[in-house]
Design a protein around this ligand. Structure first.
Ligand SMILES: N[C@H](CCC[C@H](N)C(=O)O)C(=O)O
Length: 300
C-alpha cells in the first residue's frame, strides 16, 4: 500500500493519491489536512486519480483539488506531474513517449513525456478565451460584464490597475507591473483573487515582459495562495502578453521556482513544457489516517 506520492514542478508541489494504491478517502476536508504544511504532508494541492483503470487510447480521468479543498478544473503543472506518476507506476504503458490524454473537469488535455529521466513533460492547454462571461467577470456595479477582457480597468482598494483576464481551463488575471515581487504577490494577490468582480475567484499573475522571448511572473493562486510556480499561470501570462503584442509565439516564463517554455500556435493553442520530479512516497501514520477518515466522514 502506498497512501501518497509527492511531486513538485518548479516548487509547485502536489500530493498524488492513487485509489489503486490506497483506501484513504479524499474529500475537501481531507485535502486540506494532507496539504497542511504543519499538520499534514504539505502541498499546493492534491491530484486524485486515476478515477478509472487507465487504458491506452482512452482519456485518463482524475480530480484536482487546491490546498484549501476547492476543486480546480485544470493544472498545467499538476497534469505534468500526474503524467509522470502514471509513467512511474506503469512504465511499459505510459513511459514510451507516446502522447496520451488526461481528463479533468476543464476538458481533455494532451500530455507527452519528452524525457522521463529528467521529468520533462509537455501538456497542451488548448485555446484561451478572453471573454468576461467565461471568467466570469462582473462590472463595477455587480452586473455581468460582456466582451473582451484585454486591458480592462480594475480598482483594488486605492489602486487603479489595468489587467487582462482569461480562461484557459481555469480563470486567470494577468497584471503587468514594473517589478513583480513575492511581497506584491502576497499582498495584492489575495485582493485580486477574491475581488468581488470575480465571483468564482481567479488565479493572479504579476507580469514583467523582459523581452519578446522572456517573461517573468509572480503567482498568487486561487485556493492555494502564493506559489513558487504555476503552469497554467505561465501559459496565461504568455497568452496575455502575446495577445497584447508584447511577445513572440515561443517564450521562456521565469518564476521563482524555475522556468518553463510556452509555445503559442497560430490558432492560439498553447503548449507548456517543463520539468517535474517525484520527491517522496509513503504511508500516512495511523493517527493521520484516523483524522483523514474522520474528515471524510464529516464531509458526508
Ligand atoms: N498550479 C496549477 C494551477 C492551479 C490553479 C488553481 N489554483 C485554480 O483554482 O484554478 C498549474 O500549474 O497550472
Amino acid at each position: 500500500m502506498t497512501d501518497f506520492f509527492k511531486y513538485q514542478a518548479l516548487g509547485n508541489d502536489y500530493v498524488v493519491i492513487d485509489p489503486r494504491c490506497t483506501d484513504v478517502p479524499v474529500s475537501p476536508e481531507s485535502v486540506r489536512l494532507v496539504c497542511d504544511r504543519h499538520f499534514g504532508i504539505g502541498a499546493d494541492g492534491v491530484l486524485y486519480g486515476p478515477l478509472e483503470e487507465p487504458r491506452p487510447g482512452v482519456p485518463v480521468p482524475l480530480a484536482l483539488f487546491n490546498s484549501d479543498g476547492s476543486v480546480c478544473e485544470r493544472s498545467g503543472n499538476g497534469l505534468r506531474m500526474f503524467a509522470l506518476h502514471l509513467a512511474e507506476r506503469e512504465p511499459g504503458t505510459w513511459a514510451g513517449g507516446e502522447p496520451f490524454t488526461l481528463r479533468t473537469a476543464a476538458r481533455d488535455s494532451p500530455v507527452q513525456i519528452l524525457d522521463r529521466a529528467a521529468g520533462v513533460v509537455q501538456v497542451g492547454l488548448g485555446k484561451p478565451v478572453f471573454d468576461a462571461a467565461a471568467l466570469p467577470l462582473l462590472d463595477e456595479d455587480g452586473t455581468p460584464a460582456e466582451g473582451p477582457t484585454l486591458s480592462v480597468p480594475l480598482t483594488v482598494g486605492e489602486r487603479k490597475l489595468t489587467v487582462t483576464a482569461l480562461h484557459n481551463g481555469n480563470p486567470h488575471t494577468v497584471v503587468p507591473v514594473a517589478e513583480p515581487t513575492a511581497e506584491l504577490a502576497r499582498s495584492l494577490g489575495p485582493e485580486i483573487a477574491g475581488h468581488a468582480r470575480f465571483p468564482l475567484r481567479t488565479n493572479v499573475q504579476f507580469l514583467r515582459v523582459v523581452s519578446r522571448s522572456v517573461l517573468e511572473i509572480e503567482v498568487y493562486e486561487r485556493g492555494a495562495g502564493y506559489a513558487l510556480a504555476s503552469g497554467s499561470s505561465a501559459c496565461a501570462a504568455a497568452s496575455a502578453a502575446r495577445e497584447l503584442g508584447l511577445c513572440d509565439d515561443r517564450v521562456e516564463v521565469r518564476m521563482p521556482g524555475g522556468s518553463v517554455t510556452v509555445t503559442i500556435a497560430p490558432d492560439r493553442s498553447v503548449t507548456l513544457t517543463g520539468e517535474s520530479q517525484q520527491v517522496a512516497s509513503g504511508v500516512f501514520a495511523p493517527a493521520l489516517r484516523a483524522r483523514l477518515a474522520r474528515a471524510a466522514e464529516a464531509a458526508r
